[in-house]
Structure formats: structure tokens, C-alpha cells
Design a protein around this ligand. Sequence first.
Ligand SMILES: CC(C)(COP(=O)(O)OP(=O)(O)OC[C@H]1O[C@@H](n2cnc3c(N)ncnc32)[C@H](O)[C@@H]1OP(=O)(O)O)[C@@H](O)C(=O)NCCC(=O)NCCS
Length: 175
Amino acid sequence: MSAQLPDGIIIRQAAPADVNSFRDLRLEALKDHPSAFGQDYDENILRPQSYWEKAVTINSEEQALSFAEYKGQLIGMTGIYRNLSKKILHSAGIWGVYVTPEWRGRHISQALIRSCLDWARQKQVVIVKLGVVTDNQSAIQCYKSCGFIIYGKESKALCLNGIYYDEYLMSVDIK
Ligand SMILES: CC(C)(COP(=O)(O)OP(=O)(O)OC[C@H]1O[C@@H](n2cnc3c(N)ncnc32)[C@H](O)[C@@H]1OP(=O)(O)O)[C@@H](O)C(=O)NCCC(=O)NCCS
């Protein structure tokens, strides 16, 4: 969980100037890995610029978006959100974990997830959850290496081109 990142990689929070790079990165993720994400490429490419502008300014008590950057280029992302309602304030969810293919296997997603878990700890969150399609071995391994365990399975969580995909429900206790 605390592996060394390659030199020059920065993990940081999203900023307004990231809007176009974030749009490109997110659309690349959705296009190239349709079964890995709940969001759909064809729907997202039609979203107005205001949607992307809002997404890079979401850092708040409720949510955060972390990027991995190398020489000014975004090469990875991970988001985290929580609901501020009193009884579920202690819980948060991770979404959108993505690292561009040429940078995979260098512990960048681990660092992104760690940054989101740090954000959650600062908010007194005690448990962080996510869903991952059951055949996505690289993501499952990645989450396990960050301390997540499988606590359940959601049948037919996604439907893509008439094919149903089950998801493992994973969580990590960060208290
Ligand atoms: C899943 C993904 C985010 C992993 O990113 P990454 O930066 O390559 O992962 P890391 O280098 O941080 O690896 C984290 C751990 O997972 C393991 N891992 C990552 N990819 C793996 C693979 N293909 N096979 C086996 N283990 C793998 C690593 O060995 C590492 O564990 P270790 O520290 O014990 O060695 C990346 O492959 C990706 O973007 N995939 C496409 C999008 C996707 O599926 N997102 C997840 C949606 S739920």
C-alpha cells in the first residue's frame, strides 16, 4: 500500500484548469473499458462543458477527485464521495479508478486510492466501499492490495449490449 511511485509522478486534487484533460481522460476510460464502469461513453460524450467544469470543482466536504500527473499530463484518476446525511456520514464510496495503459503496474492507482482514503480519514469516515465487475482481476487485485475485502456480490449490476455483469462489493475499514 505504500509502494514508491516513479519519479516525476504527482498525486493531487483536481483544479478548474484540468477541465479539458479530465474530460479526455474520463472519456478514454469509458470508451476503452465499457464493462469496468457504470457510466456510459455515448452518454458522457454528449455532456455539456458545464458538466465537466463542475466535476473538476467538486472538492468539498462531500466529495473529492484525485489525479495522477506526469509532466503536466493527467495519467490517472480516482474519485470519492459521501452523503452528508447523519446516519451514513461515516461511509464513503470510491468511483472512476483509472490509469492510462502505458503507466499501469507502477502503483499509481494505489497512490490515487491512498489519497482518497486519506481524504476520507480526515472527514472521520470509517468505511469506504466500491463495486467492481467480477471478471476485472487487475482492479480486484489492486483493491485487495489497498486493504479492501469482498463483502458481497451484486448480481446483474451492469447491462452492456444485452450482457449482464455481476459486481463484487468491496470495503475497507479505515478507522
Ligand atoms: C485497475 C487499474 C486501475 C490498476 O491500476 P495500476 O496503476 O496498474 O495498479 P497498481 O500498479 O497500483 O497495482 C496495484 C496492485 O494491483 C496489482 N495489479 C494491478 N494490475 C494487475 C494485473 N493486471 N494483474 C495482477 N495484479 C495486478 C498490482 O500487482 C499491485 O499489487 P502489489 O502492490 O501487491 O504488487 C488499471 O489497470 C486500469 O485503469 N484498468 C482499466 C480501468 C479499470 O478497470 N478500472 C477499475 C474500475 S472498478
